[in-house]
Design a protein around this ligand. Structure first.
Ligand code: KIV
Ligand code: ZN
Length: 516
């Protein structure tokens, strides 16, 4: 069924909340601010900036984002209790436009086994939560967690009640990715038909990707169920198998406007830069064949396809690479570029630098890189600034320099100089390869006891001159963190990544998972 008249589809991004719940994707306040600024550039309607009551770090990040973002509504998640809601309201206080998103589980399984509450208690708590939240803002979203496995009669009672209390958005959550498109879409349709005051709220979809159906379910929720808000994340980041990928929903609706007949306010040319930023900050690489944002999404390898595209692009391309922000790797700056050209490029890339002193520091790093690498691409500039902001905010361990020796038949040796709380430390190590030797050298001094879960190297651009971007994922005492480092020397990049991960472990952020 095609939508009859064109209306707007609200894009609600939850990369900073649901996305951050992926093991290892935790972000610092500064990283969240950078992503939030980019989401605003992408023109998302709502940014779910976090779950204020989950940790002081989340609270501070939401508060900072609320004070900075002007064009998107800023939202905080909260469980359905007064303490969480008051904390969300406090964090959102500086926002130009704010939303409180409160939720409680409604499926028999969750109510009985997780909440240990009766359905009547859940109904009452949902009602009181929305009533309490209304004191702080008129923009209230309510989610029945595990909605797609809930009893329809009970759901109708809960949702009618919360709408009557003033909930303005109802988010039908497929928390465990159990839905299949037709059924999920029809459940939503039934709810909207059966609930007498359903027209007083915007209906929203929130789908997880456990069966690889998150995008399909979301679109069925829109087309069959009449949802006009989609909750999604950049690169489909999210709990377990992830959430609905923003870029896929947006490009489906744009490319097949003939079918969906809906408007989205997104600036699609910002999709790829946003994807790259999120991937760089979280260390979650984007698979090459990923729709829209994968490196191969617009690459034609077979001769027949190449020939077709050269004759008429639309023979094999349904979208244009430049419309989603792919730019051919072009040399943007070089050794002779001046500070003004550098500053202008930062602005064009939407990279926010707080002060002239920071621009000077970034420019010094740029000059240093340009001495070692003749062609500087946008990706290099992004990595360089990320590296600077990372070392700026996490001062405990800081990379200084490295000397390394490898020779066929010899065991590699590495000598790493780094500072610990400003005090320089020198440490040596051996290993089965240069990276192993470097990590052993750092560990000889730090003795973190952390377990290395992932070591990955990615060339930022093409050619052997490319900077290597290294991700190190460490785990300790149940916490998983990612460190990222970039340098033309991948051993140096590895040392930076390892120290960055240690810094995150050192920051000891305790965080509550909303769904536990
Ligand atoms: O998946 C889920 O149910 C959620 C809710 C908190 C909306 O993330
Ligand atoms: Zn979720």
């Amino acid at each position: 069924m095609a939508a009859t008249s064109s209306d707007k589809l609200i894009i609600f991004d939850t990369t900073l909340r649901d996305g951050e719940q992926s093991p290892g994707a935790s972000m610092t306040k500064e990283e969240k601010i950078r992503i939030a600024r980019q989401l605003e550039r992408l023109r998302v309607d709502v940014i779910e900036a976090g779950f204020a009551a989950s940790s002081p770090g989340d609270f501070e990040a939401i508060k900072a984002i609320a004070g900075i973002i002007k064009d998107s509504t800023v939202c905080s998640l909260s469980r359905a209790n007064d303490r969480d809601i008051a904390r969300a309201a406090e964090a959102l206080a500086p926002a130009a436009r704010k939303r409180i998103h409160t939720f409680i589980a409604t499926s028999p399984l969750h109510m009985e086994k997780k909440l240990r509450m009766t359905p009547e208690q859940v109904l009452e708590q949902a009602k009181q939560a929305v009533r309490f939240a209304r004191q702080f803002t008129d923009d209230i979203e309510f989610s029945p967690e595990d909605g797609s496995r809930s009893d329809m009669d009970f759901l109708c009672r809960v949702l009618e009640t919360v709408i009557a209390e003033g909930a303005t958005t109802i988010n039908f959550a497929d928390t465990v990715g159990y839905g299949v498109p037709e059924l999920y879409g029809n459940m939503l349709k039934t709810l909207r038909e059966r609930i007498p005051n359903s027209d007083k709220a915007v209906w929203s979809v929130h789908c997880h990707n456990d069966l690889g159906l998150a995008v399909a379910n979301s679109l069925a929720g829109v087309m069959i169920g009449g949802a006009r808000q989609v909750e999604c994340t950049i690169n489909g980041l999210g709990e377990r198998a992830g959430n609905t990928a923003l870029e896929e929903v947006v490009m489906a609706v744009r490319t097949r406007r003939d079918h969906f007949n809906l408007d989205v306010g997104i600036d699609t040319t910002q999709i790829v830069p946003t994807s790259k930023l999120v991937s760089q900050i979280t260390g979650f690489a984007v698979q090459p064949n990923k729709s829209v944002v994968g490196a191969n999404a617009f690459a034609h390898a077979s001769g027949i396809h190449q020939d077709g595209v050269l004759k008429a692009r639309d023979t094999y391309e349904i979208m244009r690479a430049e419309d989603v922000g792919w730019s051919a790797n072009k040399i943007v700056l070089g050794k002779l570029s001046g500070r003004n050209a550098f500053k202008q490029r930062l602005q064009e890339l939407g990279i926010h630098v707080d002060s002239e002193a920071e621009i000077n520091a970034a420019f010094a790093r740029f000059k240093d890189l340009a001495d070692r690498k003749s062609e500087i691409f946008d990706e290099d500039i992004m990595a360089l600034v990320a590296d600077q902001q990372q070392s700026h905010e996490q001062e405990h361990f800081r990379f200084v320099s490295l000397a390394q020796h490898s020779e066929t038949g010899e065991r590699p040796v590495s000598k790493v100089v780094f500072s610990i709380d400003g005090k320089e430390a020198v440490s040596e190590g051996q290993g089965n390869g240069p990276v192993d030797a470097t990590v052993n050298a750092i560990e000889a001094k730090v003795a973190s006891g952390a377990e290395l879960l992932l070591f990955s190297v990615n060339a930022i651009t093409t050619g052997t001159q490319s900077q290597g971007e290294v991700t190190m994922r460490l785990s300790k005492a149940g916490r998983i963190v990612n460190g990222v480092g970039a340098d033309p020397d991948i051993v140096v990049a590895s040392a930076k990544a390892y120290l960055s991960a240690l810094n995150k472990l050192h920051s000891k952020v305790e965080k509550l998972n909303p769904q536990l």
